[in-house]
Design a protein around this ligand. Structure first.
Ligand SMILES: *[C@@H]1O[C@H](CO)[C@@H](O)[C@H](O)[C@H]1NC(C)=O
Ligand SMILES: *[C@@H]1O[C@H](CO)[C@@H](O)[C@H](O)[C@H]1NC(C)=O
Length: 437
């Protein structure tokens, strides 16, 4: 086994897996105005991404993303207050019908469609299960949603957007109540996403212990089938996505170690929010990050960029395509760091063995090589051998940047620009390794 891992290190690859099974875009608008206190005013600040309701053309955007860019998952944020029209209780008929317009437009494309309750684990300032709504009330929200979409496994359930500043073990119990409610109400098994601390930060998944705490949430039969972790991460100075400059690529310090943790614990995650401003530094870091996520597609189910929907062109993280006549044009950042890193990557080289079931007719990419536990742990043991300080990456528009890695980084960014080559080398190494076995 020692020999095998040295072989892969010699190959100079970070991982042997081509790309995630899913990738896509957030379609924002139904959650506009939500603060991190869980205050989500029911005013005109909400702009449903539904053209007939005066917002962005979410249906047109999703149809374009699927047809022209091969996207296969969309996240559809909405506030709890919107769905229940401001009172904790039954779903509001009219508001649910509006949200369902977006859901049906998404499902019509054949993609996976994720419900995101965008409340930061709170209702008007109070934490769910920790002084605010009870676990029972939170579970009841999910009973109603799981009943509404009971037989459609293309609908995924993200229990909550970005919890923060709460007691994680108590929060895990609140999520367990929601999982129990969903499993009781649904008719087919839905994928459920578990959010954690620090705004579901992938960067503190290990260090804060939120991954380990949330890993205790299970199905009623104690399995964890179709229960995956929900990760968010930005690349600016405070992980907020509010700054034009990126200062980290989240590769060696975040997505590689988290992948190793997931592998070791036989779990899977999806990155349901990540985005970057259109600056030179971000073109390098965001591309590197998403390449690394693709490279670890045995444990990362996918990534979903922030954001299209009702956003305007002046929004820093605007990734909404523009339309002229019948032709859609994607934002440059979307093309280079979200779409191309997925579309141009080799297909996934491992079969999904993590318990996720896909319905017939899903646009998920097929597997070509079976994973064995040996290659699995070998991949985890390989080190990131980026091309180091001084490497350059030429971007569209002729901008060439010299990479000066921050401490702890090896300049993986530059290596990511030779994606296809390194991917091929990875597959060759894997095949060679299998032959040796
Ligand atoms: C799902 O449920 C809806 C409403 O109850 C029903 O119309 C539809 O036929 C069901 N589909 C399947 C595949 O069971
Ligand atoms: C993560 O959240 C915990 C609990 O709220 C907090 O104590 C800790 O300081 C946070 N860590 C970071 C890096 O923000």
């Amino acid at each position: 086994m020692k020999f095998l891992s040295s072989l892969l290190i010699l190959g100079g690859v970070q991982a042997v897996f081509g790309k995630t099974q899913l990738y896509g875009m957030n379609i924002a608008g139904f959650e506009f105005g939500c603060a991190i206190t869980g205050d989500c005013p029911l005013t005109k600040i909400i702009i449903p991404p539904i053209a007939s309701l005066g917002g962005g053309d979410g249906a047109g955007q999703m149809s374009h993303f699927v047809k022209d860019d091969e996207m296969n998952i969309f996240r559809l944020p909405v506030s709890w207050q919107y769905l229940t029209n401001g009172v904790i209780g039954p779903l509001d008929k009219k508001n649910l019908a509006n949200y369902d317009l977006l859901m049906q437009a998404c499902l019509k494309t054949g993609a996976y469609c994720m419900i995101d309750i965008h409340n930061f684990a709170r209702w008007n300032g109070d934490i769910i299960g920790q002084g605010g709504p009870t676990d029972l009330q939170f579970a009841d929200l999910w009973t109603q949603l799981a009943t509404k979409y009971a037989n459609n496994s293309f609908v995924m359930f993200e229990l909550m957007n970005e919890p923060h500043d709460l007691v994680i073990d108590t929060w895990a119990a609140s999520c367990q109540a929601a999982v129990n409610a969903i499993r009781k109400a649904e008719l087919v098994s839905h994928t459920i996403l578990l959010p954690g601390l620090n705004f579901s930060s992938a960067g503190t998944f290990i260090s804060s212990g939120w991954g380990a705490a949330m890993a205790t949430v299970t199905n009623p039969d104690l399995s964890t089938d179709n229960i995956i972790f929900d990760l968010h991460k930005y690349l600016d100075i405070d992980n907020s996505g509010n700054h034009i400059e990126c200062v980290m690529d989240n590769v060696k310090d975040t997505f590689v170690p988290v992948a190793a943790w997931l592998r070791k614990n036989k779990r899977q995650a999806i990155v349901s929010e990540t985005g970057a401003g259109a600056s030179d530094s971000c073109f390098i870091d965001f591309c590197a990050q998403n390449t690394a996520i693709n490279d670890n597609s045995d444990v990362y189910l996918g990534y979903i960029a922030w954001t299209a929907g009702s956003v305007t062109s002046t929004y820093l993280l605007n990734l909404a395509p523009s339309k002229s006549g019948s032709k859609w044009t994607d934002q440059k950042m979307a093309v280079e760091c979200v779409i191309d890193v997925w579309v141009s990557a080799l297909p996934a080289t491992v079969s999904n063995t993590w318990g996720l079931t896909f319905a017939a007719g899903t646009p998920v990419t097929s597997s070509t090589v079976s994973k064995t536990s040996t290659t699995q742990s070998t991949a985890a043991a390989t080190t990131d051998t980026g091309s180091g300080s001084g490497a350059t990456q030429t971007q569209a528009g002729g901008v060439t940047k010299t990479i000066v890695p921050a401490s702890g980084s090896t300049g993986k960014s530059a290596a990511s620009s030779v994606k296809v080559g390194s991917g091929l080398m990875g597959v060759c190494s894997l095949i060679f390794a299998l032959v040796l076995l």
